[in-house]
Design a protein around this ligand. Structure first.
Ligand code: 13P
Length: 282
C-alpha cells in the first residue's frame, strides 16, 4: 500500500536525517529503487515528473506499475508515490489516479496566486489522505518541463504560504538547482534555518544531485527532511550503459542493455542514503 510522506518525513525531521526522493522513469528504475531501498530497509519517495508520467503512458499506469511492483517484489518498506513539480491540473489527475502525494509548483506566480492555487490543491488532496508539498522562490536549472532562473525564497513569504494553505512540506528555493552544478552550490543555510524555526512543517531540498556531503549534512541540520535526486541516478546509469554498449557491439537484447545500469543505480542509492543519514553507518 502506498503511504503519504507525512509520517516518514516527520520522523526524519525529529531524528535529523532526510528521506530520499528518487525520480523514476520506467519499470526498471522503479524496480531497482524499490529493491535497493527494501534491502537497506529505508522509506522511499518515488518522484514522478509530469514528463515522466507522459513518457510512461499516464497517471494510472504509474500507479498500477508501482503498486504491482510493491506486491510482486513483496516490498514492505513505506513507499510514497509523489507527483514532482505538478501543475494545477496534474495534481488533480494524480490524486484521482491514486498517487499518495503531490507537489504543486506554482512558484512562478506571485505569492497571492501561489497561495490561491496551492490552497485548492490542499483542499482536494487532504480529504483523500494525500500529502502536499509546495514551492516558493524558484529552483533554478532544467528538469523536464521545468526550467528557469533561481529566485531565493523569503522567510515571511514561506510563513504566509504555510499559514494560508495548510501544506505538509515546503520546498524553499535557497540556491539549489536541477541538473549538474556549475561550480560549488551556494545554499543559503541562514535563511533555511530561519524558515525551519518559523514553520512547523519539514523542508524539502530540490536539486540534490552534486551537492557536497558537508552541505547536505548542514542542510539536514537546518530542517531539510527530504532530498530530491534525479540527475545523479541518470548520470551513473547512462555511464554504465554506454560502457556496456561500447564493450559489446553485438548485443541487442534490451533487457541486457537497460539492465547493465542496474548496479550503478543501486550503488549510488546506497552511497546517497548513508550521506542523507536515512541509513545510519554501521
Ligand atoms: P536533480 O536532478 O538535480 O537531482 O534534482 C531533482 C529534483 O529536484 C526533482 O524535483
Amino acid at each position: 500500500m502506498l503511504v503519504n510522506f507525512k509520517e516518514m518525513m516527520h520522523e526524519a525531521k525529529q531524528k535529523k536525517y532526510a528521506v530520499p526522493q528518487f525520480n523514476i522513469n520506467n519499470l526498471e528504475w522503479t524496480k531497482y529503487i524499490l529493491e535497493e531501498c527494501q534491502k537497506l530497509n529505508i522509506p522511499v519517495i518515488l518522484g514522478v515528473s509530469e514528463g515522466a508520467v507522459r513518457y510512461m503512458g499516464g497517471y494510472h499506469i504509474v500507479v498500477a506499475l508501482v503498486e504491482s511492483l510493491i506486491k510482486d517484489l513483496r516490498i514492505t518498506i513505506p513507499v510514497c508515490l509523489h507527483l514532482d513539480h505538478g501543475t494545477f491540473e496534474g495534481c488533480f489527475k494524480a490524486v484521482d489516479a491514486g498517487f499518495s502525494s503531490v507537489m504543486i509548483d506554482a512558484s512562478r506566480e506571485e505569492l497571492n496566486k501561489n497561495i490561491e492555487i496551492t490552497k485548492k490543491v490542499v483542499e482536494y488532496a487532504h480529504p483523500k489522505g494525500v500529502s502536499v508539498e509546495a514551492e516558493i522562490g524558484h529552483i533554478g536549472g532544467v528538469e523536464d518541463d521545468i526550467s528557469g532562473k533561481l529566485f531565493y525564497a523569503r522567510v515571511d513569504e514561506c510563513k504566509t504560504l504555510y499559514n494560508e494553505t495548510n501544506i505538509d512540506s515546503i520546498a524553499p528555493a535557497l540556491g539549489s538547482v536541477h541538473g549538474p552544478y556549475k561550480g560549488e552550490p551556494k545554499l543559503d543555510f541562514k535563511t533555511m534555518r530561519e524558515i525551519d524555526e518559523a514553520l512547523e512543517i519539514p523542508l524539502v531540498l530540490h536539486g540534490g544531485s552534486g551537492i557536497p556531503d558537508y552541505q547536505i549534512k548542514e542542510a539536514i541540520s537546518c530542517g531539510i527532511a527530504k532530498i530530491n535526486v534525479n540527475t545523479d541516478l541518470q548520470i551513473v546509469w547512462s555511464k554504465a550503459v554506454r560502457e556496456f554498449l561500447n564493450s559489446d557491439s553485438k548485443v541487442y537484447d534490451p533487457r541486457k542493455i537497460i539492465g547493465s545500469g542496474e548496479n550503478a543505480i543501486k550503488t549510488k542509492i546506497e552511497e546517497l542514503v548513508y550521506i542523507f543519514g536515512t541509513k545510519s553507518m554501521k
